[in-house]
Design a protein around this ligand. Structure first.
Ligand SMILES: *Cc1c(COP(=O)(O)O)cnc(C)c1O
Length: 489
C-alpha cells in the first residue's frame, strides 16, 4: 500500500496487515547494511542535533503508515545513533551483539513474548531457566541457586540486595517486605573503595541509604582493608551485616578478595554479595579464574548480559542462594495473577519487573551458538587485546600506564614529552583530552579518577574489537593530545 493509500484509507485501516511485509523487509535490509558498515563507522554521530531536527514536529493528526515512518527513522535516526555496537567503543563497559543473540532478540520482539509467567510464555520462561542453569555452569556457581533475568547489573544488584535486606530483617525478627524498615536499626553495609555506583543506587532504592555503606579502603586506589573489615564485623557483636565484593572494578579491572571476604562472612554471620557485572567472566579462563576464587561461597552474585556476553541491551542476571527470600521480597499477588504455590515458574514474582521481555532467547541462542569454548576464546581474545594496548602504552614515550592489567581494562594517561608537567597540569590536560575525544567521535573512551589522577580506562568486551581498533584509540588520543598540549597550561 502506498503512503497515499494509507492516508485516504481512514483510521480503521490502521495498522494494516500489508504493512508487516513492508516493515520487515525494510528493516532487515537496512539492518544488514548497517551491520556491514558498522566496523568502519565512527563510534559517535557527528551532528546528532541536526539529525534529530527531523523529528521535531507535533503529534501528527493523520499517521503516514509504517513504511514511511520507518523510512524516516532510518534516514534521520541513524545520524543520531551512537554506534556503540561497533568495535571502538571502550567507554563504560559496552558489549556488542553476537549474530546469534541479535537474531534471537529480533525473534523475541516478533513473538512479543511476555516472560512474566509460564502461562504467557512457556518459551521465554523455560529458556530463562535453561539459560540461568547454563550461566551458573559457565561461572562455576552452584546449580541449585535460583536466579532471575533483569535489565542489567543495576537491577540484578537490586534483586540481590533486596534478598540481603530481607535476610537481615529476619535476623532482627522482622519481615521487611511486609513491615518496612521503620523502627529497625541502620543496616550495616561494608565494601572497599571499588564499590560500584549502581550498588550505592540500590542501597538508596532499598531504603538502606547510600550513606550506610562503609568504605574500608587501605590505599588511594580503594583496595579493601581486610583487617579493618574484620574489626568492624567483630564490633557488631554478632549482629548481621551485608558485605559487597566487586569482581572487576571499573577503573582498572581489579577484584576484591572474594574468598577472604567469604571467610569473614562465614565467621561473623554476614551476607556476601558479589557484583561481577563483567568481572565474573574471569571465571571462564584459566588465566584469570583465580580472580573470582570463592565466588561460589557468596550468598548472591550478579553479572551483565549486555557487557561480556554480547547480547543486545538490556540484559543482566541475578543469582541468590535462597529462593524463599526472593519470593518474599518480590511477591506479586492478586486474585487474577498466578497463585504463589503454582508449581510453574513466574519470574515476575521473584524479580522487580512484572511484565518483561523474553531476554532469555538471546542468552540461550548465543550460548547454544558458541558454547563454553567460544566464550572462553572470546574472553581470552579480550585479555590479549588488553595486553596489546598495555604494550602500546608502555612503548609510547607520550603515554603513561597507571595500573596493572589483570583483566580487560587498561588505565593510563597522556603525558606529552614537550615539557615537564605536574599532576595537576596533567589532570587538566587529560580532562580536556577526554572532552575532545568525545567531540571527535572516532573512538569512544572516557576518563576517570584513579589514585587521585585523571586517567583513561578503556574496557574491552565487544566481539568485533581487533588490535587495529586499539591502535586507532592510541593514534586518535595522540593526535588530539598533541593539538591540545600547546593550549592547556
Ligand atoms: C556496569 C556495571 C554495573 C551496572 O550495570 P548496568 O548493566 O549498567 O545496570 C554494576 N556493577 C559493575 C561492577 C559494573 O561494571
Amino acid at each position: 500500500m502506498s503512503p497515499e493509500a494509507h492516508r485516504t484509507a481512514g483510521p480503521q485501516a490502521f495498522p494494516s496487515r500489508d504493512e508487516i511485509t513492508e516493515a520487515l523487509r525494510l528493516v532487515a535490509a537496512e539492518a544488514e547494511a548497517y551491520l556491514d558498515r558498522l566496523d568502519r563507522l565512527p563510534a559517535l554521530p557527528s551532528r546528532p542535533e541536526e539529525s534529530l531536527l527531523a523529528f521535531d514536529e507535533p503529534l501528527p493528526e493523520e499517521g503516514e503508515g509504517a513504511a514511511a515512518a520507518l523510512r524516516r527513522l532510518i534516514d534521520h535516526g541513524l545520524g543520531a545513533a551512537g554506534n556503540t555496537a561497533g568495535p571502538r567503543c571502550f567507554h563504560f563497559v559496552i558489549g556488542g551483539s553476537t549474530p546469534a543473540a541479535l537474531g534471537a532478540d529480533l525473534l523475541a520482539s516478533t513473538l512479543d513474548q511476555i516472560a512474566y509467567t509460564w502461562i504467557t510464555s512457556p518459551l521465554g520462561v523455560g529458556l530463562e531457566q535453561i539459560s540461568l542453569s547454563w550461566l551458573k555452569d559457565l561461572f562455576g556457581l552452584p546449580a541449585a541457586w535460583p536466579g532471575v533475568l533483569t535489565t542489567g547489573a543495576t537491577m540484578a544488584n537490586f534483586v540481590c540486595l533486596a534478598a540481603a535486606r530481607q535476610w537481615w530483617g529476619e535476623r532482627q525478627g522482622a519481615d521487611v517486605s511486609e513491615q518496612g524498615l521503620s523502627g529497625l536499626p541502620a543496616v550495616p553495609v561494608f565494601a572497599s573503595g571499588h564499590l560500584h555506583a549502581s550498588d550505592v543506587k540500590c542501597l538508596s532504592l532499598l531504603g538502606i541509604g547510600r550513606q550506610n555503606a562503609r568504605i574500608l579502603a587501605r590505599d588511594a586506589v580503594g583496595r579493601l582493608d581486610l583487617q579493618r573489615l574484620e574489626s568492624a564485623l567483630r564490633d557488631l557483636d554478632g549482629k548481621p551485616s551485608i558485605l559487597i565484593a566487586i569482581a572487576g572494578e571499573v577503573n582498572a579491572g581489579e577484584f576484591d578478595p572474594i574468598d577472604a571476604m567469604a571467610d569473614l562472612a562465614g565467621r561473623y554471620g554476614a551476607w556476601l554479595h558479589v557484583d561481577g557485572a563483567f568481572g565474573l567472566f574471569a571465571a571462564l579462563s584459566d588465566r584469570t579464574k583465580a580472580l573470582v576464587h570463592g565466588v561460589e561461597r557468596a550468598d548472591s552474585v550478579t553479572a551483565d548480559g549486555h557487557k561480556w556476553l554480547n547480547v543486545p541491551y538490556d540484559c543482566g542476571f541475578a543469582f541468590v542462594r535462597d529462593l524463599g527470600l526472593l519470593g518474599k521480597a518480590f511477591a506479586y499477588t492478586a486474585a487474577y495473577l498466578p497463585r504463589p504455590d503454582d508449581p510453574r515458574p513466574t519470574p515476575g514474582a521473584i524479580g522487580p519487573e512484572s511484565s518483561r521481555r523474553a531476554r532469555s532467547l538471546a542468552i540461550w541462542a548465543t550460548l547454544r551458538a558458541y558454547g563454553r569454548a567460544g566464550y572462553r576464546a572470546l574472553v581470552e581474545r579480550h585479555l590479549d587485546l588488553a595486553q596489546h594496548l598495555a604494550r602500546r602504552v608502555d612503548e609510547a614515550p607520550d603515554f603513561e600506564r597507571l595500573a596493572e592489567v589483570p583483566l580487560n581494562i587498561v588505565c593510563f594517561r597522556y603525558r606529552p614529552t614537550d615539557r615537564d608537567r605536574d599532576d595537576a597540569a596533567l589532570d587538566r590536560l587529560n580532562a580536556r583530552l577526554g572532552e575532545e575525544v568525545l567531540r571527535d567521535g572516532r573512538v569512544l573512551v572516557g576518563t576517570t579518577r584513579y589514585a587521585g589522577r585523571t586517567a583513561f580506562r578503556p574496557a574491552i568486551v565487544n566481539w568485533r574489537s581487533r588490535p587495529k581498533d586499539l591502535d586507532t584509540l592510541i593514534a586518535v588520543l595522540r593526535e588530539l593530545g598533541q593539538r591540545l598540549a600547546g593550549e592547556v597550561a
